[in-house]
Design a protein around this ligand. Structure first.
Ligand code: URA
Length: 259
């Protein structure tokens, strides 16, 4: 087995253990998130002093509420990054090599929101550096907004800061607990416009999926003008859709020029 395969397999195993897997085989999956609800409730007449808040139950504090609290308390982007790095409620963190927070210049007028890191992003700790990222770079360069340019007008992040195993789709509960961080990220980065890349991003920021229908029509997200677009990974699979993506890029450029 190659070293990278070994690390990949090890990360997957660790991730499963963190999720609560204790057996190599079982007839049915066990959702460990449900366990706290099955903890025996105290009898009505139990002594008031009976300490029920074991660490396990305390750890079952609502992750979304906790995320909202931590995100709201972050006064700047560095604090937000630190808050994310210390957030232990998302199991994806255990299987990831790196936190992928952002790339580009904070304060840039355009903020792009992608889905989640893939293998290359996980390795480098930077969003959109793999094949989809290279296509994104070419798309941005085509409208003179390339990431490599000194005055690059883009800042890039993802809905999820940790790579999902096997690049699977983010689960609704993962999106729900990361949304407060993303919303705070947008507030602190202060872009003028948002680009919503793909269905997961649309689901997170607009509450709807159906990117084929949504793309190309300006809408509003987090109080900002927002343009849903096809995700570059989709464009790699469906090159014919680049025609629509090009129209959307021109719309983005025009809107930016309008100020
Ligand atoms: N796809 C995304 O949505 N984000 C990345 O960072 C990489 C691929």
């Amino acid at each position: 087995m190659e070293s990278s395969e070994f690390h990949h397999a090890l990360a997957l195993l660790e991730w499963q253990v963190e999720l609560g897997a204790t057996e190599a085989i079982g007839d049915a999956p066990v959702n460990c998130y449900e366990l706290p609800e099955t903890v025996a409730k105290p009898k009505a007449k139990a002594p008031a002093a009976a300490p029920l808040a074991t660490p396990a139950v305390a750890a079952a504090a609502d992750p979304v509420v906790e995320a909202e609290r931590l995100a709201a308390a972050a006064p700047d982007l560095e604090s937000l990054r630190a808050a994310l790095a210390g957030f232990e409620h998302c199991a994806l963190k255990r299987g990831a090599r790196n936190l992928v927070f952002s790339d580009g210049i904070a304060g840039a007028p355009v903020m792009i929101v992608g889905e989640a890191p893939g293998r290359d992003e996980d390795r480098e700790g930077k969003p959109f550096v793999g094949r989809a990222g290279q296509l994104l770079d070419r798309m941005l360069a085509a409208i003179d907004m390339g990431r490599a340019e000194a005055e690059a007008p883009v800042y890039i992040t993802n809905v999820l800061p940790w790579r999902p195993p096997q690049n699977r789709d983010p689960q609704p509960e993962e999106i729900a607990m990361m949304r407060p961080f993303l919303q705070r990220h947008i507030v602190l980065a202060q872009p003028k416009l948002l680009v919503i890349m793909g269905n997961i991003s649309a689901q997170t920021l607009l509450g709807k999926r159906g990117i084929t229908r949504l793309r190309g029509t300006w809408t509003e997200a987090c109080g900002l003008p927002a343009l849903p677009m096809f995700h570059p990974a989709y464009l790699l699979r469906q090159p014919a859709a680049k025609r629509e993506a090009w129209a959307d890029l021109l719309s983005l450029k025009a809107r930016l020029a309008d100020g």
